[in-house]
Ligand binder design. Structure first.
Ligand code: COA
Length: 421
């Protein structure tokens, strides 16, 4: 796909899969856009060095680790002026793992913004993800508006709290001590993946951290990655990082990037370990899962430092509806008419759920109709948007009884993305 280059004159900008030699420039562009430092030599632009690609003949596309797709926007002089990174990752809904895509590093050189380049990069990356089998795509948005116009709906929250270390230690129950706490090794990858998978059965939105195709998980090789063992088995895992302090005079802050235990005792042991691993930190930042151990144990509820949202797009609504899990007692027949933005043309999906199992195809005769757009379907799909409320606000069109039925079909735990990517 080509765009006129209004900065460099008459030449064109091309959106396509990254060549191996362009990956460095794409990373520098994303780093410059997301870093706290003001990039570029003049306001609103990035430097030639940040955008430059090493000279040389073109190299093969699809560089990078397996399961990673990078799309770039390249100017005629070879500079990378936009990028999107997609990692193919499973994501769980209703206890079922759907092939998905985690979208990150969405960045356009400021000099080229507002002319459709960001949208074209995003659609190109999502197209590549869908061609690789992904039926859903998730991301952490900086703006809802841009992503909503590309079919993403708000899927849930990410309540990240700054926990005071002393209070965590004082308030957590004692718990049964594990046999061993030790640094994770690549040999723990399968056990850690199983723990993540078991959590995913009860936390909608959890991402599969296994690299695809299956190989050693990158998570267990990270510094700060710990496991607990009981009876010779890995029964818990966490990743603890340090970062620049937020309080004056502090040495560093701790960040618990992920923590999962087979039992509450394993979780307690890991929280105690995580906190002890950052002894000079006054606060530890962590995601507080609704209904989880921290919410239940901490006496003083600490306000979230970030209550960000995450967004989901159904790349293939019919496949996503067919593959997700439903509560065992659920039975419903619906005709979903899914529009994209203001487009009059809507795709129709017949959804039949019988005793918790879904069938997708032509709608059953007499099935009630629900009209909604693709972004709202994603929000309903994760259970974040209550159909009864959405109907009252005119976001979805159906009769009152159908809204209640729809609420039952997608009811479940709050959809949380337990891990940023
Ligand atoms: C977001 C970004 C990739 C969009 O690139 P772009 O080439 O300007 O995108 P497009 O021209 O296709 O679309 C621009 C639309 O997004 C909207 N938009 C972009 N960033 C926005 C923001 N931070 N807040 C509100 N709206 C925003 C614009 O208003 C515009 O909407 P309009 O067409 O209705 O006016 C680019 O602004 C960027 O690199 N931003 C900094 C990094 C970032 O925020 N990335 C997203 C991280 S999740």
């Amino acid at each position: 796909m080509d765009f006129p280059d209004t900065v460099r004159g008459r030449s064109m900008i091309t959106v396509r899969g990254a060549e191996a030699r362009e990956v460095g420039a794409a990373r520098r562009l994303a780093a410059a856009v997301f870093s706290a430092q003001t990039p570029g030599s003049r306001p609103g632009a990035l430097t030639a060095e940040e955008l430059a690609v090493p000279p040389g003949p073109p190299t093969a596309p699809a560089a990078g680790p397996p399961g990673e797709l990078r799309v770039v926007a390249v100017a005629a002089d070879g500079a990378v002026v936009g990028t999107v990174l997609v990692r193919l990752r499973g994501q769980w809904f209703g206890g079922a793992r759907l092939p998905g895509a985690a979208v990150s590093s969405v960045a356009v050189d400021p000099a080229h913004r507002g002319r459709g380049l960001g949208g074209a990069l995003l659609e190109s990356a999502l197209g590549a993800a869908a061609a690789s089998g992904a039926v859903v795509a998730a991301l952490l948005p900086s703006t809802h508006r841009f992503y909503r116009s590309h079919g993403f709906g708000v899927a849930g929250h990410r309540p990240v709290h700054a926990l005071r270390v002393r209070e965590v230690l004082a308030d957590l129950p004692r718990g049964r001590r594990p046999d061993v706490v030790r640094p994770a090794t690549p040999g723990d990858a399968a056990a850690v993946a199983d723990l993540v998978e078991r959590r995913a059965a009860v936390v909608d939105g959890a991402l599969d951290h296994r690299r695809l195709p299956r190989g050693p998980a990158e998570d267990v090789s990270e510094p700060g990655s710990w496991v607990v063992e009981r009876g010779g088995r890995v029964t818990g895992w966490c990743v603890v990082h340090r970062r620049d302090p937020t309080a004056v005079g502090a040495t560093y802050d701790g960040v618990v990037r992920d923590l999962v235990g087979e039992t509450p005792d394993d979780e307690v042991a890991l929280w105690r370990w995580a906190v002890a691993d950052v002894p000079a930190a006054p606060v530890v930042e962590a995601l507080v899962l609704p209904g989880g151990l921290l919410e239940e144990s901490l006496e003083r509820q600490v306000a979230p430092v970030e209550d960000g949202t995450w967004m989901l797009r159904l790349l293939d609504p019919a496949a996503a509806l067919a593959q997700r899990g439903y509560a065992p007692g659920t039975t419903a027949q619906l005709r979903l008419r899914v529009g994209v933005g203001d487009a009059a043309a809507a795709a129709e999906v017949g959804l039949g759920v019988v005793a918790g199992a879904a069938r997708v195809g032509a709608a059953a005769p007499g099935a009630p109709t629900v009209d909604l757009d693709l972004a709202d379907l994603a929000s309903v799909f994760t259970g974040h948007l209550d159909p009864v409320l959405a109907r009252a606000r005119g976001r979805i069109a159906c009769d009152a009884a159908t809204a209640v039925l729809l609420r039952g079909v997608f009811a479940g735990p709050p959809a949380v993305l337990p891990r940023a990517f």
